[in-house]
Write a protein that binds this ligand. Structure first.
Ligand code: PAF
Length: 282
């Protein structure tokens, strides 16, 4: 596995592969890699000649009050995991090379970035879109892989690629779950034992709401009430930010749940913010 730390060298390397007709698959990450990330790596390995993984904890997508400084970091463990998956390139740039002094250009998908998580994390998706656009320009992938767990992020990146004519296939891969249903996330590491157990309520709520919808209860009021009641059973939840049914395209709340509708939840357990979602009858 080739370790590249300098954007210009990554660009030249990508250019070389392009000239030889080799496709690159990119898996952008912030490290603390888990099976969810590795599932993206495996998908990329199956679909591209070269697989590149980026690890960069992007300061631009964290608000000053958020967890940038305590975000989990495990460079040795991550490198070992990627080596075992036979990843071709690990791109791990320093922040000052990504955002040199004077950096002032940003990418923002307006409207959609303010909904759901965007309402609680102002500026977050602007930071995500900006770093992903930069990574696309540096790594020049044919395809880039993102998890469905971060549904809004995936929708925004797809929209950015379309709106800005980036010739990149944005591939959304299924959420990988622990045995008890909790969606894998680097932030699960923040949870203590009791909180970790409490977090299973999220998947249970999504699954049971899907069943409710399948049984014919599809109006927004009933769905919202059911989700709230289910989540309220867990005393370690300190805040429910949203829990409802949305259009997977616009992310607006739906009046009635139908096939393909997005069930999504964001909440805090203790101080840890967790998100998850499910598509009804995909
Ligand atoms: O999903 C993530 O880990 C990050 O938001 C991403 C896409 C790597 C951008 O920093």
């Amino acid at each position: 596995m080739e370790l590249i730390r300098i954007p210009r060298i990554m660009q030249d390397t990508a250019g070389g592969h392009f000239l030889h007709g080799r496709s690159i698959g990119l898996v952008p990450t912030m490290g603390a890699l888990h099976e969810g990330h590795l599932s993206l790596v495996r998908r990329s390995k199956g679909e591209n000649d070269i697989t590149a993984v980026s690890i960069f904890v992007n300061p631009l997508q964290f608000a000053p009050s958020e967890d940038l400084n305590k975000y989990p970091r495990d460079i040795d463990g991550d490198t070992e995991k990627l080596r075992r998956e036979n990843v071709d390139i690990l791109f791990m740039p320093d922040a000052h090379l990504i955002y040199p002094e004077g950096f002032s250009t940003h990418v923002e998908a307006e409207g959609i970035s303010e909904k759901l998580c965007g309402a609680f994390r102002p500026g977050h998706f602007r930071g995500v879109a900006t770093i992903v656009a930069k990574l696309f320009n540096i790594v020049k992938p044919a395809r880039a892989y993102f998890g469905q767990k971060d549904f809004q992020q995936a929708v925004i990146i797809k929209k950015m690629a379309k709106d800005l004519d980036m010739a990149i296939d944005v591939v959304i891969c299924p959420t990988i779950r622990e045995n008890d249903g909790l969606a894998m996330s680097s932030r699960n590491l923040y949870l203590n034992k009791d909180e970790r157990k409490a977090a299973t309520v999220i998947n249970k709520c999504l699954t049971q709401t899907t069943e409710l919808i399948k049984s014919g209860i599809i109006d927004i009021e009933s769905i919202r009430r059911f989700m709230k009641e289910k989540l309220s059973e867990e005393p370690l939840i300190t805040e429910i930010q949203y829990a409802s049914i949305y259009s997977p395209q616009t992310l607006d709340e739906l009046e009635k749940a139908g096939k393909g509708a997005l069930l999504a939840i964001a909440l805090k357990i203790g101080k840890t913010r967790l998100i998850d979602n499910m598509i009804v009858n995909p």
